[in-house]
Ligand binder design. Structure first.
Ligand SMILES: C[S@@+](CC[C@H](N)C(=O)[O-])C[C@H]1O[C@@H](n2cnc3c(N)ncnc32)[C@H](O)[C@@H]1O
Length: 357
């Protein structure tokens, strides 16, 4: 009989293991899954070990990656293989893969996003060919296998976790990390947060209709202009609200109106397409402001950060999201709310709200 995976393996930014553990404990309880998280501090991942009677596929399906905040990747996994012999790391891996009864179209070897584990790159490179050749010979690596991908998550030279991902419910970048190039002319590194948010929240095929040069946007807390730069790059006209100075080159585009006003009280002269906000303030204060915009409604879509300097980050995020969902619901406004801890986010998460017509 095939060996069944009973673990759910989630990657996260190192330092956010407690937040991800609290999130999955909360969410699994809601979908009736029983298990416990295992997470070492700063390890960049959480293992959710399920009750022996529960196959991990169920929780993986019930709580898709796009509905999780602090997870970068979501995999169905087998317990880690430990103490792999130095002279033969492959046999145990291959035997487990074959025993699973699954075949795969690709093999990704990954490590947590920590400096120590990045040092395992040499080992992974050396193993790649022999591993793929052996898996092919054993029928576990094939041209067509339902889009399934095999993940080998190395946490030490002799310790690896064998895991599986399925198309449509996984991050399509190694480590679940969107690596974006900082444009030379961007006024700040923050620019990458908004660019990544669009990649994550707006399907590529919808960009021409949802991010285009017929649109108008407001950027609250805009200076020096990293987010405004992204909106301008899409051809939008932007109201940039901030007391601080905006980048000269960006202002020279003629697409930006800089208003030295308070982003929490400013109102747009007409209904806009986009609201973006990167103001550092209390999360609930930002939620209240965004709620006013959406109830009015003064915009169709919004992307904003919730800054999380506190210890219990999941509790704060969950409180904020619940409050926003409830108030929009009470106002009779249908909206899709999503929230992710993006790669370019640090002590913050990014929320996307799209009004549904
Ligand atoms: C993190 S920075 C924004 C960086 C910007 N998104 C970028 O990419 O360059 C936060 C900005 O919010 C502004 N800010 C803080 N409180 C504000 C308020 N009440 N109204 C408008 N701007 C505010 C600050 O002046 C600061 O420039």
């Amino acid at each position: 009989m095939a060996v069944c995976p009973h673990e759910w393996l989630l990657y996260c930014r190192p330092g956010f293991e407690k937040d991800l553990s609290a999130e999955v404990l909360d969410k699994t309880a809601h979908v009736g899954q029983v298990g416990y998280p295992v997470a070492a501090p700063s390890s960049g991942h959480v293992r959710f070990v399920l009750d022996a009677a529960m196959p991990a596929n169920e929780v993986h399906r019930a709580l898709p990656l796009e509905a999780l905040v602090f997870a970068r990747q979501s995999l169905v996994a087998f317990p880690p293989l430990e103490n792999l012999p130095r002279d033969d790391r492959l046999t145990a891996i291959v035997e487990l893969v074959v025993a699973s009864g699954w075949s795969f179209e690709a093999v990704w070897q990954e490590t947590p996003d920590t400096n120590e584990e990045k040092a395992l790159a040499g080992l992974m490179k050396a193993l790649r060919r022999p591993l793929e050749n052996t898996l092919k010979k054993r029928g576990a690596l094939r041209r067509k296998a339902g889009g399934r991908r095999l993940h080998l998550f190395w946490t030490a030279g002799d310790r690896v976790q064998v895991a599986v991902s399925f198309p449509g419910n996984r991050a399509e970048h190694p480590g679940g990390i969107w690596r974006l190039k900082l444009p030379r002319e961007a006024p700040s590194r923050s620019t990458l947060k908004l660019e990544e948010a669009w990649h994550v929240f707006v399907p590529r095929e919808a960009w021409p209709t949802r991010l285009n040069d017929s649109m108008q946007a407001a950027d609250l807390g805009a200076a020096p202009g990293g987010w405004t730069y992204q909106l301008v790059r899409k051809g939008m006209y932007v109201y940039a609200i901030d007391n601080g100075p905006m980048d000269d080159a960006l202002m020279a585009s003629g697409q930006v109106e800089h208003l030295r006003e308070d982003g929490f009280v400013w109102q747009p002269p007409m209904r806009l397409d986009w609201l973006v906000c990167d103001i550092v303030d209390k999360p609930m204060r930002v939620i209240d402001m965004v709620e006013r915009w959406l109830v009015a409604p003064w915009c169709h879509e919004a992307i904003f950060n919730l800054k999380l300097p506190m210890k219990k980050r999941w509790e704060e995020v969950s409180r904020c999201l619940e409050r926003l969902a409830t108030s929009l619901d009470q106002a009779g406004i249908r909206a899709r709310i999503r929230c992710r801890h993006l790669y370019h986010d640090r002590e913050e998460v990014t929320v996307h709200v799209c009004l549904l017509d």
